[in-house]
Ligand binder design. Structure first.
Ligand SMILES: Cc1cc2nc3c(=O)[nH]c(=O)nc-3n(C[C@H](O)[C@H](O)[C@H](O)COP(=O)(O)OP(=O)(O)OC[C@H]3O[C@@H](n4cnc5c(N)ncnc54)[C@H](O)[C@@H]3O)c2cc1C
Length: 645
């Protein structure tokens, strides 16, 4: 359930849980600007900076975010990137957020964009993207102290908001203030509307130098200050690494989804990126799949993979909506997942936020998939659909700062330590490109290009083939006209394989079934036996559809496309520096496995965030679970020593 809010007669929102009015909304825009924005020296403080990072405790109805976003938009000297990280234990509904902004017409267009993204706010992090990726709101849902442990970044500005200390003491207690202080650098400006003694003392104890300032009537005082402890502050782990680089030059090897997403994330931050690929056109590898499904993973215990896939889905859906044409390149149709083990597969909580993502399929949805109610178990993913990955690759590569170069097969990487420059060489030893940084995103070929020493990255090739045909008898193998309508599900279905019923192509709408899964095979020859295997898979997944397509599979057969997935031993991507000490500037973004359509955009953002020490788009423990070092022998020895195993 979203947080229950009462709207008082004077229009202010009130929280029955805390017995208090929403503070930022008291007094409206002028107060919000005065207390927080101006109280922290903004917008002047961020002028001409490449990035600015704001931390807010207590997102509430989002007024401070909207006011800050509006100031950013209006400022010709705005930073290229504005990060706004907000904590919130009890998120309000999208409708209440919009209602909160209704009194401020100048904020309404921004509030409408915000409310459209406020769904599925389960505990954890949610990265909401605005202004083509230049305004990034990271909503950290949960207790402030706990979520900040998972967000190791340095804020430039801190807004302390929330219900009054007497009503919600937890958000002002010394432990929370310490957690805030851990996100500060010397000089981070802080502001709040409360001058409660306990808050002043707590902040002082944590290293802030604060003073009461005159408030905007009817408020008498506000509090402003700076982080300037008398001691050397203990830095967040991420901040102890080398200082983040200024955007310079980067070569990305691989023009699939992972490489294109990396390039777009770096380009957005001001990098000049060259994307090299061995093929003559982008998306020549696994990302050339004619169409695939975008669907979150579910598990009863909401595993790391499930949470990661939701972060990835949100990132991809936003990117697709911004760059692609819905209906032609992708469509958020919803996807029905047939659960072959008979369990619904969902966590038990059944909250509204959970149901925004996925819930048990209704009898009507089962009927629309031609599946009998009571005989099959299935869940319905609301935030899901199909996509043509090559279209997304192409769109990402047209983003600013990116140059694409095809027919460039990288064979070796060489670093000139004195100049701090990487060279990418071809088989003859000729230089294909050089830059300060290299990101290897070459799928299965990444194992040798970015290998640790001689062993290479522990990657596995998994060959796959899909079968596809034109709907309604457009091709020789097609069934009779119009009959598809009755025999196809109304939306994509996954479970044991996938079936996508309708994707527009230049030749007419197509259906697609797949996919085979052959470990340790890396050839892309199309095989008749894989067509048969896809048919058998379809018979299990959607018997009625399979029966309808039986003649198509038996005669000349549907068309086929084959590619090679690249997977790591734990089936999670590899994102990060290969070995920061021995090979500075060499990063990897690969091992997307069977979920690259969901993971790639998120992994591009994660790579850029780690590189720049920015707020993370997902919890730190998830980012760490994707670190390439998890498979290096040294890391395992260290882990064994640390855990005593
Ligand atoms: C049959 C099949 C069905 C799938 N279905 C789905 C699905 O429904 N949903 C989903 O999420 N995922 C699906 N996937 C997985 C998804 O396609 C991949 O995870 C994703 O495309 C991987 O993207 P990538 O950029 O890491 O790799 P790729 O797209 O393979 O890109 C790697 C690029 O590196 C280039 N390269 C390689 N070596 C070199 C070199 N030495 N020099 C220069 N360039 C080089 C290649 O040419 C290639 O363009 C499917 C995969 C297959 C095979």
């Amino acid at each position: 359930m979203a947080e229950a809010i009462e709207w008082l007669a004077d229009g202010t929102p009130y929280s029955p849980r805390f017995g208090d009015r929403y503070r930022s909304e008291l007094g409206g825009l002028a107060q919000s600007r005065e207390v927080f924005l101006h109280g922290c020296g903004l917008p002047a403080a961020w002028a001409n900076e490449p990035q600015w990072r704001i931390l807010e405790t207590g997102f509430g109805l989002g007024l401070n975010f909207l006011v800050t976003w509006q100031a950013w938009k209006a400022d010709p000297r705005r930073p290229r990137l504005l990060h706004f990280v907000a904590t919130e234990a009890h998120p309000a509904s999208a409708a209440d957020v919009l209602r909160g902004a209704a009194a401020h017409p100048e904020l309404l267009p921004l509030a409408e964009q915000l409310q459209a993204r406020l769904w599925g706010l389960l505990p954890g992090f949610h990265r909401l993207v605005f202004e083509g990726g230049q305004v990034l709101l990271t909503l950290c849902i949960g207790d402030t102290q706990a979520v900040l442990r998972e967000q190791p970044f340095e804020a430039d500005t801190v807004y302390l908001d929330g219900f009054s200390p007497s009503k919600n003491p937890g958000i002002w207690d010394i432990h929370t203030l310490k957690a805030v202080a851990r996100c500060c650098r010397r000089g981070t400006r802080i502001a709040t509307w409360t001058v409660a003694r306990s808050v002043v003392e707590g902040l002082t104890q944590c290293g802030f130098v604060v003073e009461k300032t005159a408030g905007l009537p009817p408020k008498r005082h506000n509090l402003q200050g700076q982080f300037n402890p008398r001691w050397a502050p203990r830095k967040a782990p991420q901040a102890t690494a080398a200082p983040p680089p200024r955007p310079s030059t980067c070569v990305v090897i691989g023009a699939g989804l992972a490489g294109a997403a990396t390039a777009a994330s770096l380009g957005r931050r001001g990098w000049q990126v060259v994307v090299l690929d061995a093929c003559e056109a982008p998306a020549g590898g696994a990302s050339g799949l004619p169409a695939g499904v975008l669907v979150p993973h579910v598990s009863p215990d909401d595993s790391l993979l499930s949470r990661l896939s939701r972060c990835g889905m949100r990132a991809t859906l936003q990117q697709a909506a911004a760059l692609l044409q819905e209906g032609t390149d992708w469509r958020a149709t919803g996807v029905l997942e047939r659960r072959m083990d008979g369990s619904p597969g969902l966590p038990a909580d059944g909250s509204k936020a959970r149901r925004d993502w996925s819930e048990i399929a209704s009898p009507q949805q089962l009927a629309q998939a031609l599946l009998a109610d009571g005989e099959v178990s299935a869940c319905w993913h609301h935030q899901a659909g199909w996509i043509k990955p090559a279209r997304l690759v192409q769109a990402l590569l047209t983003q600013p700062g990116i140059r694409w170069q095809g027919g460039a097969q990288a064979t070796r990487l060489k670093r000139d330590a004195a100049a701090g420059v990487w060279q990418v060489l071809d088989a003859k030893g000729h230089s294909l490109a050089q830059a300060d940084m290299v990101v290897v995103a070459a799928g299965y070929a990444s194992r040798l290009l970015a290998g640790h020493g001689s062993g290479g990255l522990p990657l596995q090739a998994i060959r796959g083939q899909v079968s596809w045909g034109l709907r309604s008898g457009d091709g020789p193998a097609g069934p009779p006209d119009g009959a598809d309508e009755k025999a196809f599900p109304a939306f994509p279905v996954n479970g044991h394989g996938i079936f996508i019923p309708c994707v527009p192509t230049g030749e007419g709408p197509m259906w697609l079934a797949g996919a085979s899964f052959e470990r340790d095979q890396d050839d892309t020859q199309r095989r008749p036996q894989d067509q048969q295997a896809n048919f058998e898979r379809l018979q299990t997944l959607l018997p009625a559809t399979a029966q309808h397509l039986a003649s198509a599979f038996q005669s000349s057969g549907p068309r086929a496309w084959a590619g090679v997935r690249c997977a790591s031993p734990d089936r999670l991507p590899l994102v990060g520096p290969v070995d920061a000490a021995l090979q500075p500037g060499l990063w990897v973004n690969t091992a997307m496995g069977s979920r690259g359509l969901t993971f790639a955009v998120l992994c591009g953002e994660l790579l850029a965030a780690r590189l720049h020490g920015e707020p993370l788009p997902l919890e730190n423990r998830m980012a760490q679970a994707l670190a390439p070092q998890r498979f290096s022998p040294l890391t395992s020895v260290r882990t064994r020593l640390n855990t005593g195993k």
